[in-house]
Design a protein around this ligand. Sequence first.
Ligand code: SF4
Length: 363
Amino acid sequence: MPQDDQWVPLLLPSEIRRMDRESLIREIREIKAQYKEKMAILAHHYQKDEIVELADKRGDSLELARYSARLKKAKYIIFCGVAFMVEAAAILCREDQKVYFPAPDAGCPLADMAEEGDVKRAWGELSRILDVGKIIPITYVNSPTELKAFCGERGGIVCTSSNADKIMEWAFQKGEKILFMPDENLGRNTCNALGMQREEVIVWNPQLDGGGCDKDAVRKAKAILWKGFCHVHLNFTAQQVKMARENYPGCRIIVHPECQEDVVNLSDAAGSTSRIIQYVEESPPESAIVIGTESNLVKRLAKEHPDKTIVELSHSECPDMARVTLRNLHFVMKYLGDFNVVEVEEPIASHARLALERMLEVK
Ligand code: SF4
Protein backbone atom coordinates (compact mmCIF):
# COMPACT_ATOMS: atom_id res chain seq x y z
CA MET A 1 0.00 0.00 0.00
CA PRO A 2 1.43 3.42 -0.88
CA GLN A 3 2.49 5.32 2.23
CA ASP A 4 3.44 8.92 1.73
CA ASP A 5 6.82 8.47 3.38
CA GLN A 6 7.63 5.20 1.54
CA TRP A 7 6.17 5.69 -1.89
CA VAL A 8 7.22 8.86 -3.63
CA PRO A 9 6.37 8.78 -7.35
CA LEU A 10 9.35 9.73 -9.48
CA LEU A 11 7.07 11.64 -11.82
CA LEU A 12 6.51 14.32 -9.20
CA PRO A 13 8.83 17.35 -9.39
CA SER A 14 11.92 16.90 -7.25
CA GLU A 15 11.08 19.84 -4.94
CA ILE A 16 7.84 18.06 -3.97
CA ARG A 17 9.52 14.66 -3.68
CA ARG A 18 11.99 16.09 -1.19
CA MET A 19 9.51 17.97 1.03
CA ASP A 20 8.73 16.73 4.53
CA ARG A 21 5.21 16.25 5.85
CA GLU A 22 5.01 19.57 7.73
CA SER A 23 6.15 21.58 4.70
CA LEU A 24 3.66 19.82 2.47
CA ILE A 25 0.80 20.60 4.84
CA ARG A 26 1.91 24.21 5.28
CA GLU A 27 2.18 24.83 1.55
CA ILE A 28 -1.13 23.11 0.78
CA ARG A 29 -2.79 25.45 3.29
CA GLU A 30 -1.04 28.45 1.74
CA ILE A 31 -2.13 27.54 -1.79
CA LYS A 32 -5.68 27.01 -0.59
CA ALA A 33 -5.64 30.40 1.16
CA GLN A 34 -4.51 32.11 -2.07
CA TYR A 35 -7.41 30.69 -4.06
CA LYS A 36 -9.96 31.12 -1.24
CA GLU A 37 -13.42 30.02 -2.42
CA LYS A 38 -12.23 29.55 -5.99
CA MET A 39 -10.80 26.22 -4.92
CA ALA A 40 -12.61 23.45 -3.05
CA ILE A 41 -10.97 20.33 -1.63
CA LEU A 42 -13.35 17.40 -1.22
CA ALA A 43 -12.40 14.22 0.65
CA HIS A 44 -14.16 10.91 1.13
CA HIS A 45 -14.45 9.57 4.68
CA TYR A 46 -12.03 6.74 3.82
CA GLN A 47 -9.17 9.14 3.17
CA LYS A 48 -6.35 9.40 5.69
CA ASP A 49 -6.67 11.97 8.50
CA GLU A 50 -3.97 14.24 7.05
CA ILE A 51 -6.02 14.56 3.83
CA VAL A 52 -9.43 14.88 5.50
CA GLU A 53 -8.09 17.61 7.80
CA LEU A 54 -7.22 19.73 4.75
CA ALA A 55 -10.60 19.31 3.07
CA ASP A 56 -13.34 21.93 2.79
CA LYS A 57 -15.86 19.13 2.73
CA ARG A 58 -15.65 15.53 3.85
CA GLY A 59 -18.46 13.14 3.09
CA ASP A 60 -19.73 9.93 1.60
CA SER A 61 -20.29 9.49 -2.13
CA LEU A 62 -23.80 10.98 -2.04
CA GLU A 63 -22.82 13.99 0.06
CA LEU A 64 -19.81 14.75 -2.12
CA ALA A 65 -21.84 14.38 -5.33
CA ARG A 66 -24.50 16.77 -3.99
CA TYR A 67 -21.89 19.19 -2.68
CA SER A 68 -19.90 19.32 -5.92
CA ALA A 69 -23.11 19.84 -7.94
CA ARG A 70 -23.95 22.88 -5.78
CA LEU A 71 -20.55 24.58 -5.65
CA LYS A 72 -21.11 28.11 -6.91
CA LYS A 73 -17.79 29.91 -6.54
CA ALA A 74 -15.24 27.13 -6.87
CA LYS A 75 -13.52 26.92 -10.25
CA TYR A 76 -11.04 24.26 -9.17
CA ILE A 77 -12.46 21.20 -7.46
CA ILE A 78 -9.76 18.96 -5.99
CA PHE A 79 -11.31 15.57 -5.34
CA CYS A 80 -9.61 13.19 -2.89
CA GLY A 81 -11.28 9.87 -3.52
CA VAL A 82 -11.26 7.18 -6.19
CA ALA A 83 -11.95 7.41 -9.93
CA PHE A 84 -15.68 6.74 -10.01
CA MET A 85 -16.36 9.53 -7.48
CA VAL A 86 -14.18 12.04 -9.29
CA GLU A 87 -15.82 11.24 -12.61
CA ALA A 88 -19.27 11.72 -11.06
CA ALA A 89 -18.19 15.17 -9.84
CA ALA A 90 -16.79 15.98 -13.30
CA ILE A 91 -20.12 15.03 -14.89
CA LEU A 92 -22.12 17.16 -12.48
CA CYS A 93 -19.93 20.28 -12.52
CA ARG A 94 -20.38 23.35 -14.74
CA GLU A 95 -18.35 24.06 -17.88
CA ASP A 96 -16.32 26.76 -16.14
CA GLN A 97 -15.22 24.35 -13.40
CA LYS A 98 -12.41 21.82 -13.53
CA VAL A 99 -12.18 18.70 -11.39
CA TYR A 100 -8.67 17.61 -10.41
CA PHE A 101 -7.74 14.13 -9.26
CA PRO A 102 -4.52 13.89 -7.21
CA ALA A 103 -4.23 10.11 -7.78
CA PRO A 104 -5.45 9.13 -11.25
CA ASP A 105 -4.36 5.54 -10.57
CA ALA A 106 -6.85 5.18 -7.69
CA GLY A 107 -9.56 2.91 -9.06
CA CYS A 108 -12.04 0.63 -7.37
CA PRO A 109 -11.98 -3.17 -7.81
CA LEU A 110 -15.72 -3.34 -7.12
CA ALA A 111 -16.45 -0.86 -9.93
CA ASP A 112 -14.26 -2.94 -12.26
CA MET A 113 -16.47 -5.98 -11.72
CA ALA A 114 -19.19 -4.62 -14.01
CA GLU A 115 -17.54 -3.84 -17.31
CA GLU A 116 -19.68 -2.35 -20.04
CA GLY A 117 -19.25 -5.35 -22.37
CA ASP A 118 -20.35 -7.83 -19.69
CA VAL A 119 -23.36 -5.70 -18.76
CA LYS A 120 -24.47 -5.34 -22.39
CA ARG A 121 -24.08 -9.09 -22.89
CA ALA A 122 -26.18 -9.76 -19.77
CA TRP A 123 -28.83 -7.32 -20.98
CA GLY A 124 -28.95 -9.14 -24.31
CA GLU A 125 -29.31 -12.50 -22.55
CA LEU A 126 -32.07 -11.12 -20.34
CA SER A 127 -33.87 -9.77 -23.42
CA ARG A 128 -34.12 -13.33 -24.75
CA ILE A 129 -35.91 -14.39 -21.55
CA LEU A 130 -38.20 -11.42 -20.84
CA ASP A 131 -39.15 -7.89 -21.86
CA VAL A 132 -36.20 -5.79 -20.67
CA GLY A 133 -38.41 -2.70 -21.00
CA LYS A 134 -39.84 -3.80 -17.65
CA ILE A 135 -36.42 -3.86 -15.96
CA ILE A 136 -35.04 -0.72 -14.32
CA PRO A 137 -31.24 -0.92 -14.20
CA ILE A 138 -29.73 0.52 -11.02
CA THR A 139 -26.04 1.02 -10.54
CA TYR A 140 -24.33 1.70 -7.27
CA VAL A 141 -22.26 4.88 -7.59
CA ASN A 142 -19.19 2.63 -7.17
CA SER A 143 -19.27 1.76 -10.85
CA PRO A 144 -17.66 2.76 -14.15
CA THR A 145 -19.08 5.89 -15.77
CA GLU A 146 -20.05 3.77 -18.81
CA LEU A 147 -22.33 1.73 -16.56
CA LYS A 148 -24.00 4.88 -15.23
CA ALA A 149 -24.50 5.92 -18.86
CA PHE A 150 -25.96 2.48 -19.65
CA CYS A 151 -28.49 2.97 -16.85
CA GLY A 152 -29.24 6.57 -17.81
CA GLU A 153 -30.05 5.54 -21.39
CA ARG A 154 -32.48 2.86 -20.24
CA GLY A 155 -34.55 4.80 -17.71
CA GLY A 156 -32.27 3.65 -14.89
CA ILE A 157 -30.62 5.39 -12.02
CA VAL A 158 -27.60 5.57 -9.70
CA CYS A 159 -27.73 4.85 -5.96
CA THR A 160 -25.36 5.13 -3.04
CA SER A 161 -25.27 3.13 0.18
CA SER A 162 -27.15 6.04 1.82
CA ASN A 163 -30.16 5.88 -0.46
CA ALA A 164 -30.24 2.36 -2.00
CA ASP A 165 -33.61 1.59 -0.31
CA LYS A 166 -35.28 4.75 -1.61
CA ILE A 167 -33.83 4.22 -5.08
CA MET A 168 -35.11 0.62 -5.21
CA GLU A 169 -38.57 1.83 -4.19
CA TRP A 170 -38.37 4.50 -6.91
CA ALA A 171 -37.42 1.83 -9.45
CA PHE A 172 -40.29 -0.48 -8.48
CA GLN A 173 -42.69 2.39 -9.18
CA LYS A 174 -41.27 2.66 -12.71
CA GLY A 175 -40.84 -0.99 -13.63
CA GLU A 176 -41.53 -4.56 -12.58
CA LYS A 177 -37.96 -5.70 -11.93
CA ILE A 178 -34.57 -4.27 -11.13
CA LEU A 179 -31.10 -5.20 -12.30
CA PHE A 180 -28.84 -4.05 -9.46
CA MET A 181 -25.10 -3.64 -10.18
CA PRO A 182 -22.32 -4.17 -9.27
CA ASP A 183 -22.44 -4.93 -5.52
CA GLU A 184 -24.37 -8.08 -4.68
CA ASN A 185 -24.10 -7.47 -0.92
CA LEU A 186 -25.54 -3.96 -0.97
CA GLY A 187 -28.29 -5.27 -3.25
CA ARG A 188 -29.04 -8.25 -1.02
CA ASN A 189 -29.00 -6.27 2.22
CA THR A 190 -31.26 -3.59 0.74
CA CYS A 191 -33.72 -6.18 -0.62
CA ASN A 192 -33.79 -7.75 2.87
CA ALA A 193 -34.42 -4.38 4.49
CA LEU A 194 -37.33 -3.83 2.09
CA GLY A 195 -38.81 -7.19 3.14
CA MET A 196 -38.36 -8.98 -0.17
CA GLN A 197 -38.65 -12.76 -0.16
CA ARG A 198 -35.74 -15.10 -0.87
CA GLU A 199 -37.19 -16.38 -4.17
CA GLU A 200 -37.74 -12.82 -5.41
CA VAL A 201 -34.00 -12.10 -5.45
CA ILE A 202 -31.53 -13.91 -7.72
CA VAL A 203 -27.83 -13.42 -8.46
CA TRP A 204 -26.47 -12.94 -11.98
CA ASN A 205 -22.93 -14.25 -12.38
CA PRO A 206 -21.42 -12.52 -15.44
CA GLN A 207 -18.77 -15.26 -15.69
CA LEU A 208 -21.44 -17.84 -16.60
CA ASP A 209 -23.72 -18.20 -19.62
CA GLY A 210 -27.15 -16.82 -18.82
CA GLY A 211 -25.71 -15.49 -15.58
CA GLY A 212 -25.86 -19.07 -14.26
CA CYS A 213 -29.59 -18.49 -13.68
CA ASP A 214 -32.54 -20.70 -14.38
CA LYS A 215 -34.83 -18.97 -16.93
CA ASP A 216 -37.95 -19.48 -14.82
CA ALA A 217 -36.16 -17.98 -11.81
CA VAL A 218 -35.28 -14.93 -13.94
CA ARG A 219 -38.91 -14.53 -15.01
CA LYS A 220 -40.15 -14.79 -11.41
CA ALA A 221 -37.45 -12.62 -9.80
CA LYS A 222 -38.13 -9.03 -8.79
CA ALA A 223 -34.46 -8.23 -8.21
CA ILE A 224 -31.50 -9.49 -10.22
CA LEU A 225 -28.25 -8.79 -8.39
CA TRP A 226 -24.90 -8.55 -10.17
CA LYS A 227 -22.25 -10.78 -8.62
CA GLY A 228 -19.70 -8.21 -7.44
CA PHE A 229 -18.17 -7.32 -4.09
CA CYS A 230 -15.91 -4.87 -2.27
CA HIS A 231 -12.83 -6.72 -1.02
CA VAL A 232 -12.41 -4.24 1.85
CA HIS A 233 -15.83 -5.13 3.28
CA LEU A 234 -15.57 -8.82 2.43
CA ASN A 235 -12.90 -9.00 5.14
CA PHE A 236 -15.58 -8.79 7.83
CA THR A 237 -17.07 -12.09 8.98
CA ALA A 238 -19.90 -13.38 11.14
CA GLN A 239 -17.28 -14.99 13.40
CA GLN A 240 -15.75 -11.55 14.07
CA VAL A 241 -19.19 -10.21 15.05
CA LYS A 242 -19.62 -13.07 17.55
CA MET A 243 -16.13 -12.51 18.96
CA ALA A 244 -16.74 -8.76 19.31
CA ARG A 245 -19.81 -9.48 21.44
CA GLU A 246 -17.66 -11.69 23.70
CA ASN A 247 -14.80 -9.20 23.90
CA TYR A 248 -17.00 -6.11 24.43
CA PRO A 249 -20.08 -7.26 26.38
CA GLY A 250 -22.98 -4.89 25.80
CA CYS A 251 -21.37 -3.29 22.75
CA ARG A 252 -23.32 -2.08 19.72
CA ILE A 253 -22.12 -3.26 16.31
CA ILE A 254 -22.69 -1.29 13.13
CA VAL A 255 -21.41 -2.34 9.72
CA HIS A 256 -21.46 -1.04 6.16
CA PRO A 257 -24.05 -2.65 3.83
CA GLU A 258 -21.27 -3.74 1.47
CA CYS A 259 -20.62 -6.43 4.11
CA GLN A 260 -22.02 -9.89 3.54
CA GLU A 261 -25.60 -10.63 4.54
CA ASP A 262 -24.75 -12.78 7.59
CA VAL A 263 -22.49 -10.03 8.98
CA VAL A 264 -25.24 -7.42 8.55
CA ASN A 265 -27.89 -9.72 10.05
CA LEU A 266 -25.81 -10.39 13.18
CA SER A 267 -25.02 -6.70 13.70
CA ASP A 268 -27.21 -4.15 15.47
CA ALA A 269 -27.28 -1.75 12.54
CA ALA A 270 -25.99 -1.25 9.02
CA GLY A 271 -25.49 1.96 7.12
CA SER A 272 -23.39 4.15 4.88
CA THR A 273 -20.35 5.97 6.23
CA SER A 274 -22.52 9.00 7.07
CA ARG A 275 -25.00 6.79 8.90
CA ILE A 276 -22.13 5.18 10.85
CA ILE A 277 -20.86 8.63 11.86
CA GLN A 278 -24.35 9.70 12.92
CA TYR A 279 -24.76 6.43 14.90
CA VAL A 280 -21.57 7.14 16.82
CA GLU A 281 -22.51 10.79 17.46
CA GLU A 282 -25.94 9.81 18.79
CA SER A 283 -24.65 7.04 21.07
CA PRO A 284 -24.43 7.98 24.75
CA PRO A 285 -21.04 8.59 26.43
CA GLU A 286 -19.31 5.42 27.68
CA SER A 287 -20.83 3.39 24.81
CA ALA A 288 -18.78 0.62 23.25
CA ILE A 289 -19.26 0.61 19.48
CA VAL A 290 -17.69 -1.93 17.13
CA ILE A 291 -17.60 -0.80 13.50
CA GLY A 292 -17.22 -2.84 10.33
CA THR A 293 -15.99 -0.51 7.64
CA GLU A 294 -12.78 0.95 6.24
CA SER A 295 -10.24 1.48 9.02
CA ASN A 296 -9.34 5.13 8.40
CA LEU A 297 -12.88 6.18 9.24
CA VAL A 298 -13.06 3.97 12.34
CA LYS A 299 -9.74 5.23 13.71
CA ARG A 300 -10.82 8.85 13.13
CA LEU A 301 -14.13 8.26 14.94
CA ALA A 302 -12.23 6.75 17.88
CA LYS A 303 -10.02 9.84 18.02
CA GLU A 304 -12.94 12.27 17.75
CA HIS A 305 -15.02 10.52 20.44
CA PRO A 306 -12.67 9.81 23.35
CA ASP A 307 -15.69 9.46 25.68
CA LYS A 308 -16.69 6.28 23.81
CA THR A 309 -14.93 2.99 23.14
CA ILE A 310 -14.80 2.68 19.37
CA VAL A 311 -13.06 -0.30 17.82
CA GLU A 312 -12.70 -1.94 14.42
CA LEU A 313 -14.52 -5.18 13.79
CA SER A 314 -11.32 -6.09 11.97
CA HIS A 315 -8.59 -4.02 10.37
CA SER A 316 -9.39 -3.34 6.71
CA GLU A 317 -7.97 -0.50 4.61
CA CYS A 318 -8.77 0.45 1.03
CA PRO A 319 -5.45 0.57 -0.87
CA ASP A 320 -7.00 2.67 -3.63
CA MET A 321 -8.21 5.38 -1.28
CA ALA A 322 -4.67 5.48 0.15
CA ARG A 323 -3.25 6.49 -3.23
CA VAL A 324 -4.15 10.11 -2.50
CA THR A 325 -1.17 11.50 -0.60
CA LEU A 326 -0.02 14.89 0.64
CA ARG A 327 2.51 14.89 -2.18
CA ASN A 328 0.15 14.33 -5.10
CA LEU A 329 -2.42 16.66 -3.50
CA HIS A 330 0.22 19.37 -3.23
CA PHE A 331 1.25 18.72 -6.83
CA VAL A 332 -2.20 19.22 -8.38
CA MET A 333 -2.86 22.30 -6.27
CA LYS A 334 0.46 23.94 -7.08
CA TYR A 335 0.48 23.20 -10.82
CA LEU A 336 -3.18 23.68 -11.68
CA GLY A 337 -3.19 23.03 -15.38
CA ASP A 338 -4.47 20.54 -17.87
CA PHE A 339 -3.01 17.46 -16.25
CA ASN A 340 -4.84 15.42 -13.62
CA VAL A 341 -8.04 17.05 -14.86
CA VAL A 342 -10.92 14.61 -15.14
CA GLU A 343 -13.25 14.98 -18.10
CA VAL A 344 -15.85 12.56 -19.37
CA GLU A 345 -16.55 12.41 -23.09
CA GLU A 346 -19.92 12.80 -24.73
CA PRO A 347 -22.36 11.12 -25.09
CA ILE A 348 -21.30 9.04 -22.07
CA ALA A 349 -21.31 12.13 -19.84
CA SER A 350 -24.87 13.15 -20.80
CA HIS A 351 -26.28 9.66 -20.31
CA ALA A 352 -24.47 9.19 -17.00
CA ARG A 353 -25.63 12.66 -15.88
CA LEU A 354 -29.22 11.59 -16.48
CA ALA A 355 -28.80 8.64 -14.11
CA LEU A 356 -27.01 10.76 -11.50
CA GLU A 357 -29.55 13.60 -11.66
CA ARG A 358 -32.42 11.15 -11.30
CA MET A 359 -30.77 9.99 -8.08
CA LEU A 360 -30.26 13.53 -6.80
CA GLU A 361 -33.97 14.24 -7.37
CA VAL A 362 -35.14 11.26 -5.27
CA LYS A 363 -35.86 12.55 -1.77
S1 SF4 B 1 -13.66 0.62 -0.11
FE1 SF4 B 1 -14.31 -0.95 -1.60
S2 SF4 B 1 -15.90 0.06 -2.82
FE2 SF4 B 1 -14.78 1.69 -1.72
S3 SF4 B 1 -13.19 2.35 -3.18
FE3 SF4 B 1 -12.24 0.78 -1.86
S4 SF4 B 1 -12.56 -1.15 -3.01
FE4 SF4 B 1 -13.96 0.36 -3.92
